[in-house]
Design a protein around this ligand. Structure first.
Ligand code: ADP
Ligand code: MG
Length: 398
């Protein structure tokens, strides 16, 4: 689960992390009071969307003004102007895709006098199973680009969960950022605070780009992007309240109601598969035969008829879908049960695109027989290879 920058900053503040003062608003008429509360003389008006690259982004609408999604304002009037220009408009950044995202919230923040910009992130390193800190002197830039062209400017260190953050971690971060004296001390305590926040709230990613040194010699977190491990959210009911459904794909929200592991993709072939590994293999093979999947979907090992129907509804409601591939391995599940589920789902929601069903495993013959005798326009397939070729051919023939 992702949250907005202003929410992330409010949470980090409770761990002592140095952030700027700011006020979130959702209506242009609240801009003046927010600006007055902060006092100025410089404010930054920041679009709140679940995507980075806002500063260099562009609004689709001409009346949103020339500048990007993060704007420096030098008067209360300018804050007001920016707020009315930006709210409700669609911001396109490197991370939103061409469709962009509607800006429904702004964060009015006090302007910082920046001396230096750094990059700092924390994430779970799968190789070591530890929380890793990634730091670089190249802040405020695209970190993927830094990693590509100057990898030596990125320093990674991991924290053993048994000992937690040790003094040497703070020293390593300070050294990587070339900080000495009081700033090195600030870096060490920041690492402590961020680690506590990361572990305490079960984050899966925390990205601060930029972390800055202010002109008066203090470290400050100027941008914050936080994702939580969805599997741990049950431990943090207060965090679940921060979810902003307007930022999420409608199909994914619907799928989450049925506990379906569904991720919307850009292609044309809807997929219904049981098991995450098999689902990944299904996406791969569709691409191998020259088409793109419309989604990832793992209906799970014990998918009920209700779940299968819900999954079908979500897939068929997607206007991009030009064909559907059902790929089920009956292990704990039996193929005849799945076949009945698929047929019930097709009858319930209708079917206007080609459907290929590949069944394998327990009771496979009964399952195939049920599909063949259903009278529905379902193309049976013998194996995954055959299934992928059939659905790709069907979609291309359309
Ligand atoms: P994004 O990464 O989505 O573009 P940021 O929050 O990093 O958004 O803002 C982009 C840039 O705007 C920052 O790199 C920084 O230079 C500047 N900036 C952001 N917030 C402030 C602030 N409060 N004061 C001064 N400059 C800021
Ligand atoms: Mg940033």
């Amino acid at each position: 689960m992702n949250i907005h920058e202003y929410q992330a900053k409010a949470l980090l503040k409770t761990y002592g992390v140095p952030i700027s003062k700011g006020v979130p608003i959702m209506r242009p008429e609240d801009a003046e009071a927010a600006a007055n509360e902060l006092g100025g003389p410089v404010w930054v008006v920041k679009s709140q969307i679940h995507a980075g690259g806002r500063g260099k982004g562009k609004f689709k609408e001409a009346d949103a003004g020339e500048q990007g999604g993060v704007r420096l304002a030098r008067s209360v009037d300018e804050v007001k102007t920016f707020a009315s220009q930006m709210l409700g408009k669609t911001l396109v950044t490197k991370q939103t895709g061409p469709a962009g995202k509607q800006v429904n919230r702004l964060y009015i923040e006090e302007g910082s006098a920046i001396d230096k910009e750094f990059y700092l992130s924390a994430l779970v390193d799968r190789e070591t199973g530890h929380v890793a800190f990634v730091v670089s002197t190249e802040g405020g830039m695209d970190i993927e680009e830094v990693a590509h062209s100057t990898p030596e400017k990125i320093v990674t260190l991991t924290v053993d969960p048994v000992t937690g953050v040790m003094p040497h971690h703070g020293r390593s971060v300070a050294k990587a950022l070339k900080l000495t004296g009081d700033l090195a001390k600030q870096a060490a305590s920041l690492v402590d605070q961020l680690y506590a926040a990361f572990v305490g709230m079960d984050m899966s990613m925390l990205e601060i780009n930029p972390l800055i040194v202010t002109k008066d010699g203090n470290l400050r977190v100027l941008d914050a992007k936080v994702s939580f491990d969805s599997n741990a959210l049950y431990r943090h009911p207060d965090l679940a309240d921060l979810r902003d459904l307007t930022e999420e794909d409608e199909k994914e929200i619907e799928a989450s109601k049925y506990d379906l592991a569904y991720i919307a993709l850009d292609g044309t072939i809807g997929c219904m598969v049981n098991g995450a590994g098999l689902a990944m293999a299904t996406l791969d093979i569709i691409k191998l035969y020259g088409e793109e999947p419309a989604n990832f979907l793992d209906v799970g090992g014990g998918a009920s008829e209700e779940k299968v129907t819900a999954a079908f509804k979500i897939i068929t409601a997607d206007p991009q879908v030009k064909g559907i591939l059902v790929n089920i391995f009956g292990g704990i599940m039996k193929c005849d049960v799945i076949a009945n589920g698929v047929i019930a789902a097709v009858k319930a929601v209708g079917l206007s695109v080609p459907l290929v069903v590949r069944l394998e495993g327990t009771n496979v013959e009964e399952g195939k027989k049920i599909i063949a005798e259903s009278g529905l326009n379902v193309l049976p397939a013998d194996d995954l290879d055959d299934a992928a070729q059939k659905i790709v051919a069907a979609v291309k023939g359309n």
